[in-house]
Design a protein around this ligand. Structure first.
Ligand SMILES: Nc1ncnc2c1ncn2[C@@H]1O[C@H](COP(=O)(O)OP(=O)(O)O)[C@@H](O)[C@H]1O
Ligand SMILES: CC(C)(COP(=O)(O)O)[C@@H](O)C(=O)NCCC(=O)O
Length: 724
């Protein structure tokens, strides 16, 4: 295929490339001053050490006196939620390498302590409150209470630290304080639950793109939050019980209402009535239920007729569980599926209605729902949304949060940060997809993880990574298959909830709808962006099924080639081949899951898909699939980007130096506008190569670096060039 034919393949690739490149840019660094008794991160006076042209230069933190805080807990009535931070391993090992070199060559920093760039990840994990032991074992195995297994304190050997303090919220922070002290030797520093919920929600709404979404009749739509127009809103946290909080700003809120009919009610009553062994089992049952066997409908009372005078259709639920008053029937005469659905509808609808009444009471238009009762379950969200929409006559809107159950834990984590949220600018956190995600649903062939808990459990062990287990396992698993939605009756004309039959994805990895949040303090927002906060780099929206299908085909087609390169990049060893296979399975499973549910991991653009591929490669320990290419020759991108950035790449290759003067002269001879155009076009063209465009791959296989360079300048005309 000629690189100049300007077909859809090429054009779309350029579009995608542009976005993926830009998307990595808008991330801002900001100092995170911490105070309190836990280890603190102090970036005051931070400076880059040594050569600015170095990749990953060490940042000196002259005032840093502690390791950074790592762990916060929300111990609720039903679940324990953990949020913990881990530094990027590569930064840590690079730091160690430099440090040992310095020691070897006798360089010192005087009394100052130097740290690598403090990039890292925020992880989210949950445990049932009844299984506190599991939670404590998890913390202990990862040494999270001592800053993680990479921390200096861990490396220097066991030393019980009675002064270690961990931020914790929820009732369990009081109830289980002694257990934590005895088992881990730590004190729980108690933060108020409502403070934490609000801080967590505000943080997520401000800092995480596409955190909030609406869910109506099976349709999920992400909502872009305007930071200047966030308040006031109603926060409804549906945990074991329900809290309703009017939020007016950071730290400004009032708990205006609540209800004791919440998640604990559904799970508790449901367990008694159906004998289900787990919450998920109960929820899954509901997907096969028909509530008209349990609920008394308007039609049951009105002889099949609507009560149209007051706007009630015959299928409206008149009385939840109203049909079970029959004297001739026992509990065993009712299907557990029907019971579960009736209960779910009763509770969800009721919470939606109370939430709306409170929104009305305080003139609030937006209601955000959090708490693990929601569990990303489409039908639950549809029911809540319907209630809000129906009673407000479309005036108020229900929105849901992707990190639904972690609001309190995030808030507790944020409470290490005493300088407020303003420091943590949008885009500082970048979400990455959980690699276990495709294994939580759908049919997967290949060497998968047999059990979702496996990933979490295997990481208890310091020696065996979940990836190794993944590679070793040779069996096939079949996860629950989506069920067809049976016709069912609804409240207020909510006849046939389209999302009822969706697969309930297993929750065991705690990675239900969310990925790890990467903190990348070394990235900066591109300064020329007019409106960085609202800038949307993904212009190819893959929620369009045709678009997604197209890219699915392109990426699947490229996979064998990519795997070959990745394996070669690791020396083509047997181990690399096994990892390559595993990567191919995992990535294919991700693609398959996204085909089935494009919004599964949040809003999906092409750049996210490409990012996910990179992340997936890294997960299987391929540091750089293209390293052999980069070493044997030089990519077009290198010299074009270098021409712009000056120091973006280290000049390892003679070939690139040889062609650089030619390029610079050409650029110098242009007028300013032309030069800018040429630079932008060049970077885009070069990125096509980087993302593995078919035409460029062919070109690479056939040509030398100089030829590629000349081709890219002369023959790889972009469609817009023709129109200039
Ligand atoms: N795996 C699970 N085990 C128990 N409850 C769950 C699970 N997943 C979701 N839930 C629901 O989430 C509710 C708890 O939500 P959460 O926000 O964690 O509140 P809490 O802080 O009270 O524990 C439970 O009452 C139940 O309805
Ligand atoms: C007491 C609670 C704040 C505890 O939070 P939870 O563990 O349920 O998340 C919550 O259960 C609640 O708000 N219950 C409702 C009490 C009421 O207003 O009637």
């Amino acid at each position: 295929m000629a690189a100049t034919d300007g077909n859809k393949d090429e054009v779309l690739k350029e579009e995608g490339i542009k976005k993926s490149e830009e998307e990595t840019a808008p991330t801002t660094s900001s100092p995170m001053h911490r105070s309190g008794s836990r280890p603190q991160l102090d970036l005051s006076g931070a400076a880059i050490q040594g050569n600015f042209e170095e990749r990953n230069p060490t940042i000196l933190l002259p005032n840093q006196s502690d390791d950074i805080s790592h762990l916060a807990l929300d111990i609720g009535g039903s679940l324990i939620k953990l949020v913990y931070f881990s530094r990027h391993e590569e930064h840590v090992s690079e730091y160690r390498r430099r440090k040992s070199n310095k020691k070897r060559f006798g360089f010192t920093n005087g009394n100052r302590r130097s740290y690598p760039i403090l990039g890292g990840r925020l992880h989210f994990v949950k445990f049932e409150s009844g299984k506190l032991d599991e939670c404590i074992n998890f913390i202990s195995s990862k040494q999270l209470h001592r800053g993680g297994i990479d921390s200096p304190s861990w490396r220097s050997g066991p030393q019980p630290d009675r002064n270690t303090i961990i931020k914790a919220t929820g009732g369990g922070a009081y109830k289980f304080a002694d257990v934590f002290r005895e088992r881990l030797g730590v004190s729980l520093d108690k933060e108020d639950e409502m403070d934490c919920l609000v801080a967590g929600a505000n943080f997520l709404l401000k800092a995480i793109r596409h955190e909030a979404f609406t869910h109506m009749e099976g349709q999920k739509e992400f909502v872009q939050i305007d930071h200047n127009d966030l308040y006031p809103y109603l926060l409804v946290n549906i945990g074991s019980g329900v809290s309703m909080i009017k939020v007016d700003g950071d730290g400004k809120f009032q708990r205006v209402s609540g209800t004791n009919v919440g998640g604990g009610t559904y799970w508790g009553l449901g367990r008694l009535l159906t004998k289900c062994k787990s919450f998920d089992e109960l929820l899954e049952l509901s997907q096969r239920g028909d509530n008209s066997n349990i609920d008394m409908l308007v039609g049951d009372i009105y002889g099949g007729l609507d009560y149209s005078k007051i706007g009630l259709s015959a299928s409206t639920i008149a009385s939840s569980f109203g049909k079970t008053i029959s004297e001739t029937k026992e509990l065993s005469d009712y299907r557990p599926e029907d019971i579960s659905l009736s209960l779910l509808r009763m509770i969800s609808y009721n919470i939606g209605q109370i939430a709306y009444l409170n929104a009305l009471r305080y003139g609030l238009k937006r209601i955000f729902f959090g708490g693990f009762f929601i569990r990303g379950h489409a039908y639950t969200m549809d029911t809540i949304s319907f209630a809000v929409h129906f009673w407000s006559k479309g005036q108020a809107q229900a929105m849901f949060l992707r990190h639904e159950g972690f609001l309190g834990a995030i808030g507790a984590f944020m409470s290490y940060e005493k300088h407020g949220l303003d420091d943590l600018l949008a885009h500082q956190f970048v979400e990455r997809f959980p690699m276990g995600a495709p294994y939580v649903g759908g049919k997967i062939h290949g060497p998968p993880l047999g059990d979702l808990n496996e990933k979490a459990r295997s990481s208890y062990s310091l020696n065996i990574s979940w990836m190794e287990k993944f590679v070793q396992k040779g069996t096939e698993i079949t996860a629950p298959v989506p069920m067809a939605p049976p016709g069912t009756t609804g409240v207020g004309g909510f006849e046939r909830p389209s999302s009822k039959g969706e697969t309930l994805r297993s929750d065991a990895s705690a990675a239900l709808n969310i990925g790890v949040l990467h903190l990348v303090p070394s990235l900066e927002v591109f300064p020329l962006l007019a409106d960085p906060k609202n800038y949307e780099p993904n212009t190819i929206d893959l929620s369009d099924h045709g678009e997604l299908e197209y890219w699915f085909t392109v990426l699947s087609g490229h996979l064998p080639d990519l795997v070959d390169k990745a394996v070669a990049s690791e020396g083509g060893t047997d181990d690399a081949k096994r990892r390559g296979d595993a990567f191919a399975h995992a990535f294919s499973a991700h693609l398959a899951r996204l085909m089935e549910e494009p919004a599964a991991y949040g809003k999906l653009g092409l750049a996210n898909l490409l990012e996910m591929r990179e992340e997936c490669l890294r997960e299987f320990q391929f540091v750089d699939a293209y390293i052999t290419i980069k070493q044997s020759t030089v990519s077009v991108q290198q010299y074009l980007c270098t021409a712009i950035c000056g120091n973006a790449f280290t000049w390892e290759n003679e070939a690139s130096l040889a062609v650089l003067p030619d390029l610079l002269m050409e650029l110098d001879s242009m007028d300013e506008e032309g030069r800018l155009h040429a630079l932008i076009e060049g970077v885009l063209a070069a990125n096509i190569f980087d993302w593995g465009s078919r035409a460029c791959v062919d070109l690479y296989h056939e040509g030398t670096i100089i030829e590629i360079y000349r081709m890219s300048r002369k023959k790889m005309q972009r469609p817009w060039r023709a129109s200039r």
